[in-house]
Design a protein around this ligand. Structure first.
Ligand code: AMP
Ligand code: MG
Length: 349
């Protein structure tokens, strides 16, 4: 081969390589600060322009949801809670309706262990604040009197966009369900916009569409006692994975740690379970069920999961023992970085 033709060949190889690099699927990441946390969005196999446009649109939509559903910053939800406290019905902002419906459904399905109507209790424990609560915990009498009024989502009625409550002690707090619902809406919007492969990770909860090229999306479940990853699992198209834990938000008083997840039956923060993970396609139900599993605890989780129709559950107790149903165990891969925990397999759900 002459020197000229070998140069041409080298040039052609170079151009071919550049072209294939340009058309090779690429991953785009963005962090959105919203819902009091960092929401990470990853898109696979889209153009740079599509990715940037999607991030902007998701950011705008999530910020609007954050405003509409906030439990203590003035907005449509605080307006509704005010009306309920005053015994009035209210024509609400349409963005509240699906979440109210989902909250009623999740309350019903969990025997109201998931009960977003206990906003006054959550506030009394100091968790209606972006800061960690300090100072003395509420008095037993105060908690007992709030529990006695028995506010539940079943007291809330919706008709033609008008919301009323038969119990003025109801104060709605979407903290245990909103992220799952938001992730679901975000993914639905991405699909409609032509994005086929994405993951939206909102801290304790995430959802995926499609896959990461020829492999499924793979995610880690945070170790509830300390740093690092406890386990990982593959997430299938359309699934959400939610983890609730008392390590996420808590307060401390005289060496005792009080979780932000409240048992509506006692009015006290839950004890015993450090985290619960649920896999489920419906984001709001996944989010609500993870919270409900923490409340249900080691003794009741199986029965509550069954009643809720949840197919995959993993619980970690204070001693680090892991409780799972066999179907979940098949999907979970424990990290080799930390010692393999003791696992208790339940009957199938
Ligand atoms: P999550 O991280 O999804 O478990 O949600 C925890 C948040 O849900 C808390 O910060 C409260 O705002 C709210 N919450 C606490 N206890 C309950 C409960 N039993 N039912 C419904 N929501 C709750
Ligand atoms: Mg939740």
């Amino acid at each position: 081969m002459s020197r000229g033709s070998s140069r041409t060949l080298a040039l052609l190889v170079c151009v071919a390589w550049l072209l294939s690099a340009c058309s090779r699927p690429q991953e785009y990441n963005e962090k959105i600060y919203v819902f009091g946390t960092i929401v990470e969005v990853t898109l696979w196999d889209v153009s740079e322009q599509k990715a940037q446009q999607s991030f902007r649109e998701l950011n705008k939509r999530f910020q609007q949801m954050h405003h509409d559903w906030h439990a203590w910053e003035k907005g449509p939800l605080t307006e509704l809670n005010q009306a309920i406290a005053e015994g009035r019905s209210l024509k609400v902002d349409p963005s509240l309706i699906p979440l109210l419906e989902k909250s009623k459904e999740a309350c019903e399905r969990s025997g109201c262990l998931f009960n977003p109507a206990i906003g006054h209790l959550i506030d009394e424990w100091g968790f209606h604040s972006s800061e960690r609560p300090v100072g003395p915990i509420p008095s037993r009498d105060k908690i007992a009197s709030l529990v006695k009024q028995n506010p539940t989502m079943l007291d809330v009625e919706l008709k033609d966009g008008v919301v009323s409550s038969t119990n003025s002690a109801v104060a709605i707090d979407f903290g245990g369900i909103a992220k799952g619902y938001a992730v679901g809406l975000g993914l639905q919007w991405l699909r409609e916009a032509g994005v086929q492969n994405a993951i939206i990770n909102a801290g304790g909860g995430l959802g995926v569409i499609g896959s990461h090229g020829d492999r499924p999306w793979r995610v880690g479940i945070r170790h509830p006692q300390g740093q690092g990853v406890l386990a990982s699992l593959e997430v299938r198209d359309g699934e959400q994975v939610h983890t609730s834990g008392n390590y996420e938000r808590f307060r401390e008083e005289q060496g005792v740690r009080y979780s932000h997840i409240i048992d509506p039956r006692t009015g006290w923060p839950v004890e015993g379970v450090t985290s619960a993970t649920v896999i489920e396609p419906d984001g709001s139900i996944a989010d609500a069920a993870a919270t409900a599993m923490v409340v249900a605890g080691v003794k009741e989780w199986h029965q509550v999961a069954k009643r809720m129709g949840i197919r995959y559950v993993m619980l970690v107790d204070e001693n680090g023992t892991v409780y799972m149903n066999p179907r979940m165990a098949e999907r979970v891969q424990f990290s080799s970085d930390s010692p393999k925990p003791q696992v208790v397999l339940s009957a199938e759900l």
